[in-house]
Design a protein. Structure first.
Ligand SMILES: Cc1ncc(COP(=O)(O)O)c(C=O)c1O
Length: 371
């Protein structure tokens, strides 16, 4: 059997005709930039997350960049985030001279450890913004993070790029901080057919700033109040995202079912499975397990036709781009241990029960366990 890590074509089979139809609609409508579809999708997404405003931009990286700049950050300020994330959590702002400082993770949720955050903020001067990352689809401990950030006068921008629809204590992530940033990279829980992203906020001021920043700093056509970017969500992407948003809750339920099956099949193995905190609704963007013999298991699964990946092999404090910050190996033991041991197993909404069981059986075989 061949089991890929994602299968977008199969996931979208039942809405393919609607997607093609809406593409035709956009093509013949002749409106390709910031038209009706972007507006309608922004409204629908804001309502889904439970915030007042959403601003479509051209990637998750730009959502983080424009989100941070809309909050008033400027060169010389610092942000605190975790090292076990995709590089753009830090790079979206560091390219504008807003440097990251890092905070280690908890090894159970793989997310920011609030106790460590408090220590970091006591030590570091100039941190204006905290970026908790709801990694793999599991929400961060937002109450603790909010309390600590409030104490230190630090704003919050949630990196929700992997957590569309995840709940923290019954509330959707992306609506819990000052700003939320989402990616619509094709493989995300809600993905488009190219690049896309969105900023969420309850603040009218931040909303207006983000709207200006995404389109050359303009307040109206040919009137430019500040310097900005060209970073817009395309009409064609917004039109398709509108259709896909209707399916998001169902797809997330499917992901949760697959995670439940993996748990049932692998609970008695040496594999460390992902946890779901009692206050969390995990949306399993990725199904990440931890094993000591990572390379051998990945090679074994490859031989058996199962694709796996590592998210992410190098914690970002050890990436060449941030060598200037002076962090050394050993600075963040939990993030580094995770990076050595994690494997992302296949998970996607249309994954079939026998595919999950096949992957689990291959893992049991690897450990010489009864299948
Ligand atoms: C946690 C996280 N942050 C930021 C991003 C950046 O999003 P994009 O690829 O849309 O720029 C991603 C997606 O790859 C991500 O997973």
């Amino acid at each position: 059997m061949v089991v890929n890590i994602f299968n977008l074509d199969r996931d979208h089979q039942d809405i393919k005709e609607r997607l093609i139809e809406c593409m035709r609609d956009v093509l013949s409508g002749g409106d390709f930039i910031l038209g009706r579809h972007v507006r309608e999708f922004e409204e629908a997404f804001a309502a889904y997350i439970g915030v007042k405003y959403a601003v479509g931009v051209n990637s998750g990286t730009d959502a983080l960049k424009i989100g941070g700049l809309s909050l008033g950050l400027k060169a010389g300020d610092k942000v605190v985030t975790t090292p076990n994330t995709y590089i753009s959590t830090a790079m979206g702002l560091s390219i504008h001279g807003i440097e990251p400082v890092f905070c280690d993770i908890e090894l159970d949720t793989y997310n920011m450890d609030p106790h460590v955050l408090d220590e970091v903020l006591k030590k570091e001067k100039g941190v204006k913004l905290c970026i908790p990352v709801h990694l793999y689809g599991h929400p961060c401990r937002m109450d603790e993070i909010q309390e600590i950030c409030k104490k230190h006068g630090v704003l919050i921008m949630e990196d929700a790029c992997q957590a569309h629809g995840a709940l923290y204590k019954e509330k959707r992530v992306g609506g819990l901080g000052d700003v939320g940033a989402f990616s619509f990279y094709p493989t995300k829980n809600l993905g488009c057919y190219g690049d896309g992203g969105i900023i969420t906020t309850n603040s009218h001021e931040i909303y207006e700033k983000a709207v200006m920043l995404r389109a050359y700093g303009q307040t109206s056509k040919h009137v430019h109040a500040i310097e900005g970017f060209n970073s817009r969500l395309d009409e064609i992407q917004a039109a398709m995202l509108k259709i896909k948003l209707e399916k998001l809750d169902y797809w997330n339920k499917r992901r949760r079912h697959i995670a439940w099956l993996y748990k049932r099949e692998l609970e008695d193995t040496p594999v460390i499975l992902p946890m779901e905190a009692p206050w969390a609704y995990h949306v399993y963007h990725l199904y990440v397990v931890r094993v000591k013999e990572r390379d051998e298991l990945m090679a074994y699964l490859r031989e058996k036709g199962v694709t796996t990946l590592i998210h992410y092999p190098t914690p970002i404090h050890l990436q060449g781009v941030y060598s200037r910050l002076g962090y050394k190996q050993g600075a963040f033991p939990n993030s580094e241990e995770a990076a050595r041991q994690i494997i992302s197993l296949p998970i996607f909404p249309s994954m079939k029960e026998d595919e999950v069981i096949y992957v689990a059986r291959c893992i049991r075989e690897f450990y010489g366990m009864q299948v």
